[in-house]
Design a protein. Structure first.
Length: 281
């Protein structure tokens, strides 16, 4: 009997990328409820620093619940009060929370990573979001299969994780007259001069989508896909676009009024910038 129990206990352990699931005893809390208990389910994975009254909690360090890029976009739009916003790739819900705080009537946030989606749900509970709905699924597929339009679409940190980034831009343009984008992009001079970036890129390829022809630059995640807290794309690689290609694609699909900001050509993860794009006709 004891041997059989030992075998069951051993089978209960699962190892993924060198991580072993703790024993069942470690999956129960023995003290009074505390936000930190929920956060510690994802210990070591958090990216975001949390807003009041959770500022003392141990989580991440990036100010995504007070992101100046989102503030800038909403100011340029004249606000989102009473509006319907779609957010693609919410990560941990920081921008979703900001959009609700800024008055959005409804935020539909679509997240493909199941672990990131669970983190969004955790922070939805801890921060008390009431007008945000987190959907677990692929952003492009969601837009492709749901024709309803939005007053605005927010796409921060997602484009450079896509295998078909131009399809995503086309779908965004089909669903709204204004969008916010923050993304990394391919710059040959910067990439080839930065060893850790150059090592990840393969030969460029020509692609066409909905009448728009462009060049993609394959980016390979390699071992980073297996790290705790990985927040990349669905495939083992993604396709980066140049800055000019992104702007040309948006104009091709009708979002022809574009303002750029937060230019970071020397960002550690690759050149990056933000933009808002809207339709003028």
């Amino acid at each position: 009997m004891r041997a059989a129990f030992h075998r069951l206990k051993q089978r209960a352990k699962s190892t993924v990328a060198g991580l072993t699931r703790p024993s069942i005893d470690q999956e129960f809390i023995r003290t009074a409820p505390d936000p930190q208990h929920a956060l510690d389910i994802f210990k070591g994975e958090w990216v975001s620093a949390l807003p009041s009254p959770l500022t003392a909690c141990r989580a991440g360090t990036l100010p995504l619940f007070g992101d100046p890029r989102i503030k800038w976009a909403v100011e340029q739009w004249g606000g989102v009060q009473g509006q319907r916003v779609i957010e693609l790739g919410p990560l941990e819900g920081g921008h979703s929370w900001m959009l609700e705080q800024l008055g959005a009537a409804e935020v539909i946030a679509v997240e493909a990573s199941t672990r990131a989606w669970l983190k969004c749900l955790t922070l939805k509970e801890l921060t008390g979001m009431t007008r945000v709905r987190f959907l677990c699924g692929d952003s492009t597929a969601y837009l492709r299969e749901n024709p309803a339009r939005a007053d605005a679409i927010v796409a921060s940190g997602i484009l450079y994780h896509m295998v078909n980034p131009v399809e995503l831009l086309a779908e965004i343009a089909a669903h709204t007259d204004r969008m916010f984008l923050w993304t990394s992009y391919y710059d040959e001079a910067i990439v080839t001069g930065t060893a850790h970036l150059a090592a990840r890129f393969g030969p460029p390829r020509q692609e066409t989508h909905a009448g728009f022809s462009y060049t993609v630059h394959p980016y390979h995640y390699r071992a980073t896909r297996f790290r705790l807290g990985f927040s990349g794309g669905v495939a083992s690689y993604s396709h980066w676009l140049t800055r000019d290609t992104i702007l040309q694609a948006l104009r091709h699909f009708g979002l022809d009024r574009i303002e750029t900001a937060f230019e970071e050509p020397r960002h550690g993860n690759g050149p990056a910038f933000a933009l808002i794009a809207s339709r003028t006709r």
